[in-house]
Write a protein that binds this ligand. Structure first.
Ligand SMILES: [Zn+2]
Length: 351
C-alpha cells in the first residue's frame, strides 16, 4: 500500500467537505443547544444549584488542526487529554476544508487549537464563528509579533510557518500548556512538568539542527523547495530560502517563475532541491528537467516535512522527529556532515 492511498481524489473530497453555509448551520445548531440549556436552567426552581461553570471532565477532548499542534497537546496533556489532529500526513493546511465529521468533533471539543495567521485559509470563517461558542486557541498568533515575518506576495499578512524555527515555536507550545492549565487547573502540575520536558526536547533538536547545518559549506546554503514554508528555518539557521510557489500553496507557479529558477540553478550551480510531503512535486520535476536541458544536473535532495509531519506512530510523525529529519536531510544533501539516522539514531535512513 503506497502513500498515495492516503490521498483521496479531489472530487471525492469536495463531496465530503462542507461549504461555509453548512458550517454556519452547524455552529448555529450548537448555539441553539447552548441557549436552550441556559433557558432551562432557571426553571429548575429555587432549590437547584446555582448555575456555575461545570468542571471539565478528564480526559479533555482536544481537536487540533495540524499534526504539529496535536503533538504539543499530546505531549503536554499526557493521560489527561484525548487529542485528534484534523490534518494527517501529506495534507496541505492552506487548502484543507473541514469535513462534516470535523465539525461534529470541534463542536463537541473542550478546546480547539489552530495555527492561525491564515495558515488554515479555508477554515478561517469557520474558526471565527466557532470561537463565539467554544474555547478556541490560535497558537501561532501569540508568538511575539516582532519576530514574525511578513511576505511581499501576501498582502498585509504574516508568514504562518512558525513551527519551522523550533526556538520560536516554543512560544506557541507554552501557549498550548497555558490553555490546558486554564481549562483544567487540577492538572496544572502535570501540564507544567510535561511541558518542561517537551520544551527541553525542542531546545535539544534546535541545538542539533544548528550544529549540523553549520557544517553545510557557505556556498551551498540555498534551500529551494516547493513552497515558501522554510523562511523561519532559513532565518534561524542562515539559509537562503526559495519557494517555487509563494507562502501559500493556493497560488500557481507560472512558467516564467520556473524559467527564472532554472536560470538561477544553472548560474549558481545549485545541485540539490527538495520536495515537500504536503505539496505536489511537479514544479520540482520541471526545474530538474529544465536544468538538465541546460546541461546542469540537479537532484532531489530528499523529501522534507513542511506543513505536515510523517506517519503517526513513527519518529518522523512527531514534531521532534520532523525537525530532526529536515535538518539531517538538508545537511546531508547540501554537503554538510551528520549521521544518516540523525540526532539520536531514530530516523529512518535518510540516504
Ligand atoms: Zn505552507
Amino acid at each position: 500500500m503506497g502513500l498515495s492511498d492516503n490521498k483521496q481524489p479531489g472530487t471525492d473530497l469536495a463531496r465530503r467537505r462542507f461549504g461555509s453555509a453548512a458550517v454556519l448551520g452547524a455552529v448555529a445548531v450548537f448555539a441553539l443547544a447552548a441557549a436552550g440549556l441556559s433557558i432551562i436552567a432557571p426553571n429548575l426552581g429555587p432549590f437547584s444549584a446555582p448555575p456555575s461553570k461545570a468542571a471539565v471532565e478528564v480526559p479533555l477532548k482536544i481537536v487540533a488542526t495540524t499534526s504539529m499542534l496535536a503533538d504539543a497537546a499530546r505531549a503536554i496533556g499526557g493521560e489527561r487529554v484525548e487529542v485528534r489532529a484534523l490534518m494527517g500526513p501529506g495534507v496541505d493546511p492552506h487548502a484543507y476544508r473541514q469535513t462534516r465529521t470535523d465539525i461534529a468533533r470541534l463542536v463537541k471539543s473542550d478546546l480547539a487549537i489552530w495555527n492561525g495567521l491564515y495558515l488554515e485559509a479555508q477554515m478561517e470563517d469557520f474558526f471565527k464563528d466557532l470561537a463565539k461558542h467554544k474555547t478556541v486557541f490560535a497558537a501561532a498568533e501569540i508568538v511575539d509579533r516582532a519576530k514574525l515575518l511578513g511576505h511581499e506576495d501576501y498582502d498585509g499578512r504574516l508568514d504562518p510557518h512558525v513551527w519551522m524555527d523550533p526556538d520560536l515555536w516554543t512560544q506557541a507550545v507554552a501557549g498550548v500548556r497555558d490553555q490546558l492549565i486554564a481549562l483544567d487547573p487540577a492538572g496544572e502540575e502535570i501540564y507544567r512538568r510535561n511541558g518542561q520536558r517537551y520544551l527541553e526536547q525542542i531546545s535539544a533538536v534546535a541545538k542539533y539542527a544548528r550544529t549540523v547545518l553549520e557544517t553545510v559549506p557557505a556556498g551551498n546554503r540555498v534551500l529551494l523547495t516547493a513552497h515558501d514554508a522554510f523562511r523561519y528555518f532559513g532565518r534561524a539557521y542562515g539559509f537562503e530560502v526559495i519557494g517555487i510557489q509563494g507562502i501559500s500553496t493556493e497560488s500557481e507557479a507560472g512558467l516564467n517563475r520556473i524559467k527564472v529558477l532554472v536560470d538561477m540553478l544553472v548560474e549558481r550551480k545549485i545541485s540539490a532541491i527538495f520536495i515537500e510531503s504536503s505539496v505536489a512535486d511537479r514544479n520540482i520535476r520541471a526545474l530538474i528537467e529544465g536544468a538538465a536541458s541546460r546541461g546542469h544536473k540537479v537532484v532531489v535532495g530528499g523529501e522534507l516535512f513542511s506543513d505536515a509531519m510523517g506517519l503517526p506512530g513513527t519518529y518522523e510523525g512527531t514534531y521532534i522527529g520532523m525537525i530532526d529529519h529536515n535538518a539531517t536531510v538538508i545537511t546531508r544533501s547540501l554537503g554538510g556532515a551528520t549521521k544518516k539516522r540523525g540526532m539520536s539514531g531514530k530516523l529512518a535512513v535518510t540516504g
